[in-house]
Design a protein around this ligand. Structure first.
Ligand code: AMP
Ligand code: ZN
Length: 435
């Protein structure tokens, strides 16, 4: 392939709605027929009395079964495989650290398609082969390393497969090789910036133009803070290993919602309790069906991620619909004194305050049978005059805002910079000690 436009799949990128829908109908039929070749789906379809060839259009999706993380665990390692084992060229797993992971097996065509989708994301952000890209994401079973790597190489960027951690080396590599784009979790990008500031350095002096940030939930406020610190444009990147990994949905230069590549993923948003579709624009659980995967197609996979489809067209002209920033996972929701709280609600308030750093931890404890929430933050020394009186007032103000946000009293502990565990990958924001 010589044509760069073809290389990054622009045939799909600029499809009209009509073209997309007609492609989806054809691709869904193919995917369901392919899935039926696996032990798992063959048994499932048989049990339901479903004839795969009766699936003819996107509307028929409702007749197909959901697939859950538990199904993937039960069919681990290859119950959903549809091709000969010798035609599998790669295995990835989800980042869970306990129990049986979920594994996804890929054929050569799958890896190729993933690279194409990823390259399309990067090109959409405005990156070109002239960019130099440092991937600060974990390589190995986690998909953020090789996923971005193959996409960036496909685009032709010079790639530094730095992996996470070793912050001093990250900074040196960025400077030595004139890196223009990075990929990291937002929490690690924040850690690098704060480390530089604490050493009297300035993150904006790195000259980075773009950051691709994802793999964990973060707020618009956190994005703003990172953009101010580094002077780059930060693009939200969403993916999950079950759907390949990164490259599922990504922001365009409008930075307003993530275009989900609908040639490769059929999207539904459902009520997590009833599993019925929600009204357009309403928040629900994202459910996805792979449309271009060969080795291990997944049908109606319940991601557990909560989001909505943004209404209207994007000014960039792409017709792939946009997902709103993830609110978190349905299993991330905290219930504190009977009130539902998402960690992102806390983060939103914290990021508004310049006198505290970007790292935080939510601790839940019990005192006399009553839930207590403590939010631990770190002082940003450079933004603080050192007076105890000021600190007392700032802390009281933060406590008041948190109370307004969640509806109950939250205590705030202000710690020295660098006291909280630093994140290299997905940050752990909650410690629940109530049990
Ligand atoms: P893994 O399969 O281990 O890569 O984890 C995928 C999960 O990470 C997703 O299901 C989301 O919960 C989370 N995630 C990935 N990207 C984002 C993002 N941009 N915003 C919020 N959560 C994300
Ligand atoms: Zn757009």
């Amino acid at each position: 392939m010589s044509d760069i436009a073809d290389l990054i799949g622009s045939r799909f990128e600029w499809m009209s709605r009509d073209e997309l829908i007609s492609w989806q109908c054809e691709a869904l039929r193919r995917s369901v027929a392919q899935a039926a070749k696996s032990r798992w789906y063959a048994a499932k379809f048989r049990e339901m009395g479903l004839d795969p060839s009766s699936i003819k259009s996107v509307e028929d999706i409702k007749r197909l079964p959901f697939t859950t993380k538990e199904d993937l665990r039960q069919s681990y390692p290859d119950g959903m495989l549809t091709i000969d084992r010798e035609d599998v060229i790669r295995v990835h797993t989800s980042s869970g650290t306990t129990g049986t992971p979920t594994a996804i097996l890929h054929s050569r065509a799958d890896i190729d398609c993933w690279a194409e989708l990823m390259a399309r994301c990067l090109a959409m952000s405005g990156a070109t082969k002239a960019d130099v890209f440092q991937n600060m994401s974990g390589y190995g079973m986690f998909t953020g390393g090789l996923g971005l790597h193959y996409g960036a190489e496909r685009l032709g960027m010079m790639v530094l497969p730095a992996g996470p951690g070793n912050t001093a080396r990250q900074i040196k590599l960025i400077r030595d090789f004139h890196v223009t784009c990075i990929h990291a979790t937002p929490s690690y990008a924040m850690h690098v910036a704060e480390r530089m500031i604490s050493e009297g350095d300035d993150p904006s002096s790195l000259g980075l133009k773009r950051a691709f940030l994802g793999a964990e939930p973060y707020t618009e406020e956190m994005r703003q803070k990172l953009q101010e610190l580094y002077g780059f444009k930060a693009f939200n990147s969403y993916g999950l290993s079950e759907m390949n990994g990164p490259g599922v949905a990504f922001e365009c230069p409008e930075q307003n919602g993530m275009h989900v590549w609908e040639d490769a993923y059929l999207v539904e948003i459902v009520d997590p309790d009833t599993l019925e579709p929600v009204e357009e624009g309403e928040v629900g659980e994202l459910v996805m069906t792979t449309l271009r995967r060969e080795a291990m197609p997944l049908i109606r996979y319940r991601t557990r991620d909560l989001t909505c489809i943004l209404p209207g067209d994007c000014p960039c002209g792409r017709k792939h619909r946009r997902l709103a920033r993830m609110m978190g996972r349905s299993d991330d929701m905290l219930i504190v004194r009977g009130v539902n709280v998402f960690p992102s609600q806390i983060e939103e308030v914290i990021m508004r305050h310049k006198w505290i750093g970007g790292n935080y931890l939510i601790r839940l404890t019990k005192a006399e049978a009553l839930d207590q929430m403590t939010v631990q933050v770190e002082l940003a020394r450079s933004e603080f005059d050192g007076s105890v009186e000021t600190l007392r007032n700032l802390r009281a103000q933060l406590q008041k805002e948190l109370r307004e946000q969640v509806g109950f009293n939250v205590s705030v502990e202000v710690l020295e910079p660098g006291s909280l565990p630093a994140s290299e990958g997905k940050a752990k924001r909650v410690v629940d000690e109530r049990a």
